[in-house]
Design a protein around this ligand. Structure first.
Ligand code: 13P
Ligand code: SF4
Length: 391
């Protein structure tokens, strides 16, 4: 087995520029107990006016989301960022890979700010560019690279998106994975294979449940093993080569909790995010991105019952917004995304008040070559035909 080259860094301490993992968050943050934080955020936002555009991912805390000019899933936010070329500052309340994508999709004079640099994504960390380059070489040595199209989930570093751009691939999100995979499978003739990064579950769920591939046609590439741990026959027979990555939040939902809840709650609807494990998705009634989950609950009749398998901030917000519906969380325990939760009111106020003073803190800047290559893959995604039925 190859050695693991990932130094473990406690969140918020230490620096690893090549990963999404925790980095220092400098600065003199206001105390979380400061009773004026909301008023301070409001005042700073007002002073910045149209120069500022605040994006908020659906997993953000209520205390932060109240200040977002737009909210959305990662696909919608990428498009929203690109649609505001006049805003000088884009404050991204989300995680690092989303802010990187916003930087890539916005103009050179626009500055993208992530209020806490320790807001990374553990899934994005599971595919590092050196590992992916090694896998690509191994696929060449196995004689299959010519028919492989790399597709990366938005939840990946800019380096990985750039890799896809350079190698004829595309980015996808949970809103458009079906359309993106459909496109990818048409790129190298009937023998096309897809290398799907970094979330094995989104890749498997989309390929099997939406595109009709069999589980036998999906193999898992383990970057810690020589040749991904796959034999030449396994690679030759595969259509989907799934990177061994997953979301630690969505990975918690289990099929037995679905059974338990269905036994207790009459006419229960189970609604989950496609980052959940395959057996969970198989037992669910509906599967889709955060934006899809919100629209489904909005359209649901009063009195209906829903168990939702996604991040808890969003589920709680939906339960509060729809008291006429019976909304429950699909896990026995609390299940926040700890890195999404890094963005709190003290960091938000600190970032905005610095901007008012003309000081740009925590700017996310992707280097020009990476940006150009990643833009190729992101633009292919934005140009995909039609809209996903889950959009
Ligand atoms: P969405 O693409 O649905 O916004 O999901 C992003 C994410 O990080 C889910 O864990
Ligand atoms: Fe990453 Fe999972 Fe958090 Fe989404 S919920 S940002 S995939 S760790």
């Amino acid at each position: 087995m190859t050695t693991v080259d990932l130094p473990l860094l406690p969140l918020g301490r230490g620096t690893d520029a090549l990963s999404e993992r925790g980095v220092d968050c400098p600065g003199d943050l206001p105390a979380p107990s400061d009773p004026d934080l909301v008023a301070r955020a409001r005042a700073a936002k007002e002073k910045l006016g149209d120069r500022l555009f605040v994006l908020g991912h659906h997993y953000q805390r209520d205390e932060v989301i109240q200040f977002a000019d737009v909210t959305g899933d990662s696909f919608k936010l990428a498009r929203d960022a690109a649609a505001r070329p006049d805003a000088e500052y884009i404050v991204f309340c989300g995680v690092h890979f989303m802010a990187e994508s916003a930087d890539i999709l916005t103009g050179p004079d626009q500055k993208v700010i992530l209020p806490d640099l320790a807001a990374g994504c553990s899934m994005a960390d599971m595919a590092r560019i050196a590992q992916v380059e090694r896998a690509w070489e191994a696929l060449a040595a196995a004689g299959v690279q010519d028919v492989v199209v790399p597709v990366t989930y938005m939840n990946s570093s800019a380096d990985i998106k750039a890799f896809c751009g350079r190698n004829g691939g595309v980015v996808c999100t949970s809103s458009n994975a079906e359309v993106a995979l459909d496109w990818a499978f048409q790129q190298r003739g009937e023998d096309t294979k897809v290398l799907f990064l970094p979330d094995q579950h989104l890749g498997r769920n989309t390929a099997v449940l939406q595109l009709g591939y069999s589980l036998d046609e999906c193999v898992v590439w383990n970057p810690l093993l020589p040749n991904g741990g796959l034999s030449a026959e396994e690679l030759a027979g595969a259509r989907m080569i799934l990177w061994k990555g997953h979301c630690s939040v969505h990975g918690r939902f289990s099929a037995d909790v679905i059974d338990e809840l269905r036994a207790k709650v009459e006419d229960l609807n189970v609604l989950v995010h496609p980052e959940c494990q395959h057996e969970v998705v198989l037992k669910a009634d509906l599967v889709g991105s955060t934006e899809f989950i919100i629209k489904t609950i909005e359209a649901a009749p009063a009195g209906s019952s829903w168990a939702i398998g996604t991040e808890l901030n969003l589920v709680q917000r939906l339960a509060n917004a729809h008291p006429d519906k019976n909304i429950m969380f699909l896990d026995r325990n609390v299940c926040y995304c700890s890195t999404m939760n890094r963005i709190d009111l003290p960091h938000f106020v600190w970032a905005l008040e610095n901007l008012v003073e003309g000081v740009v803190v925590n700017q996310i800047e992707v280097d020009p070559q990476t940006e150009a290559d990643a833009l190729t893959a992101l633009q292919r995604m934005l140009d995909l035909p039609g809209k996903s039925h889950r959009d």
